[in-house]
Design a protein around this ligand. Structure first.
Ligand code: CA
Length: 230
């Protein structure tokens, strides 16, 4: 998953970005002012936007209103400091999905970010199941037919993304854009190797294929059994 962080306090931004990268393994892009944030935020590559309210250039509330007016539906978590303009009601009415008051606990931020991304993709429960594959997004653990599957961090992130879109064909570009930050083009050659390893580990000993490659179009979790266990 890929998060846009719009925050002008450099140290706080670094701490938040590192926590999101190190914990759930998200790709993170940072913007330090409202205008840059507004420019980046309309890109559909982001699974969530973390938005500070008081920003140079354009404040967070104006940025949020502009995004929603343009029809951008990406979930938005607002960071607020005490005494900042704008009530919680105003934020929620402007299209914010959640908010967190400063100072905040990084663990709470990560939990809220994960919950918002999950719900933004239509999943209410942190454990997702498709065709005998079970992904526990809290523990970042995977089983297939009840057997534990040991994945590398990137293999896990690919599967987590695919299982949130079980009926969709996900292009290589979409995967790259959502799993890496703005440098994603540099990773274009390695993602096929990650998918190949992921497929091998998921399928080992089962005799059943898990991920389909649609030539020139992308990848899809095989639809057999979709919905039977969820
Ligand atoms: Ca600020």
């Amino acid at each position: 998953m890929r998060v846009l962080l719009v925050e002008d306090e450099v140290r706080l931004a670094e701490n938040v970005a590192n926590a999101l990268r190190d914990g759930p393994g998200f790709a993170v892009d940072c913007a330090e002012d409202g205008a840059t944030g507004a420019h980046l935020a309309s890109d559909p590559c982001y699974d969530l936007i973390v938005l500070d309210l008081m920003l140079p250039g354009m404040d967070g509330l104006s940025l949020l209103k502009r995004l929603r007016a343009r029809g951008v539906a990406t979930p938005v978590l607002i960071l607020t400091a005490r005494n900042e303009a704008g009530s919680v009601v105003e934020l929620l009415n402007a299209g914010a999905d959640d908010y967190l008051g400063k100072p905040f606990d990084l663990g709470e931020l990560i939990a809220r970010v994960k919950a918002l991304i999950r719900r933004g993709k239509g999943a209410a429960h942190p454990t997702l199941r498709v065709a005998g594959i079970e992904v526990n997004t809290l523990e970042q653990s995977v089983t297939r037919a009840g057997r534990h599957v040991d994945l590398s961090p990137m293999e896990y992130r690919i599967l987590e993304y695919l299982i949130h879109r079980p009926r969709a064909t996900v292009s290589k570009r979409e995967l790259l854009e959502h799993l890496y930050d703005y440098n994603w083009e540099h990773h274009s050659n390695v993602i096929e190797a990650h998918i190949s390893n992921l497929r091998r580990k998921l399928d080992a000993g089962t005799g059943a294929a898990s991920i389909e490659t649609l030539r020139g179009r992308g990848y899809r979790l095989l639809p057999e059994g979709i919905g039977s266990d969820s």
